[in-house]
Design a binder for this molecule. Structure first.
Ligand code: AMP
Ligand code: GLY
Length: 326
């Protein structure tokens, strides 16, 4: 069974963390996008939620009355977030974006005794390091594009020449959605290598690059709710990636979204759970970094075989995908 995303965010039911619906909990949502607004909207309507804060939030959240925005709380400063939680009796923190998760906000909150929805920094490496993600796929037989990782530009270019174009070059670390270059020619691929490894365009995030097989097919976003050992699928979605109408112009983080993704049939959903999500959750537990939170798989449904391959992992809800309701 699958659930729609806004509906799904009510799965972050505070009573799961505090034991009883009678003990209504004050929740702090971290982030400032449409995704965080959708989370505030759902939490505000949960019977087990007392009050909702959002830091830093945005004008839309503030105007809607779905949460009280704390625009001056520095979400990159764990001790400031913890002090805020103590001062206002926050009993659950829901972390929206990846950067604070990768930086370890959940680790710090849990250490301070504050329940947090979102993975530890160790588990968030699934998004924070593409090399970590690809190694996990290798070790646990999870279908993904064939790849090699490089720090030496000459070695990367030699591999590219052997493989041919089109080919995909990726910065290892977080690069705000800009660290992936789909090169249609060898020259574009060499340029991408130079951009990352020689010119340092993405700083330390690009000091290691992944050179990856180009996959052809249709993309879909797949979400699962994970408790460290088990996973249940949420409803699928697809976002409009290109900036312009009619799928034109450069790629973006998503100009809008719809749900469900018609390409994710029930059979495909089972296959994605069996071949991608469950082996990842089990593999992460075996590696000693249990994943807790929303695991968001960017999939390519390959044109030739119709089978799903993992393009990337995100360790959070999608934005804009989180906003699409049923
Ligand atoms: P990522 O940040 O890894 O999701 O990549 C951004 C976008 O680049 C994806 O949404 C795809 O459109 C494209 N992309 C990434 N990897 C591949 C690949 N191996 N083959 C084809 N397209 C890809
Ligand atoms: N819409 C893409 C993302 O949330 O990463």
């Amino acid at each position: 069974m699958a659930y729609s995303l806004v509906h799904a965010s009510s799965f972050i039911d505070p009573s799961l963390f505090i034991g009883s619906v009678e003990d209504r909990v004050v929740v702090l949502v971290i982030g400032s996008g449409g995704r965080e607004h959708a989370l505030c909207y759902a939490l505000k309507r949960s019977p087990s939620c007392d009050a909702v804060f959002c830091a830093p939030g945005n004008a839309g959240i503030s105007n809607s009355g779905d949460a009280t925005c704390i625009s001056d709380l520095d979400i990159s400063d764990s001790s400031a977030v913890i002090s805020f939680c103590h001062k206002w009796g926050v009993g659950l923190v829901v972390v929206g974006p990846e950067a604070p998760l990768v930086a370890g906000l959940s680790n710090d909150l849990v250490k301070a005794g504050i329940p947090s929805f979102g993975p530890s920094s160790e588990a968030a490496a699934l998004e924070g390091s593409k090399n970590f993600m690809k190694n996990l796929c290798d070790k646990y037989g999870i279908p993904t594009a064939k790849y090699q990782t490089f720090t030496d530009p000459a070695a990367a270019k030699q591999y590219i020449q052997e493989q041919g174009a089109p080919i995909v070059i990726k910065a290892d670390g977080l690069a705000a959605g800009k660290g992936v270059i789909v090169a249609m020619t060898l020259d574009e691929a060499y340029e991408a290598v130079d951009l990352m490894l020689v010119k340092g365009a993405f700083g330390s995030a690009g000091s290691q690059v992944i050179v990856e097989e180009f996959l052809e097919g249709e993309e879909a976003s797949f979400f699962a709710l994970v408790d460290g050992e088990n996973a249940i699928p949420l409803e699928s979605a697809q976002d409009h990636k290109r900036v312009g109408d009619g799928d034109t112009g450069p790629n973006t983080g998503g100009m809008g979204a719809y749900s469900p993704a018609p390409i994710i049939t029930e059979e495909l959903q089972s296959l994605v759970m069996k071949s991608i999500i469950i082996p990842t959750v089990k593999g992460m537990a075996a590696e000693g970094c249990r994943f807790v939170g929303v695991l968001y798989a960017g999939l390519m449904i390959e044109k030739k075989s119709g089978l799903p391959k993992l393009i990337e992992y995100n360790v959070r809800f999608g934005d804009p995908e989180c906003q699409v309701s049923h």
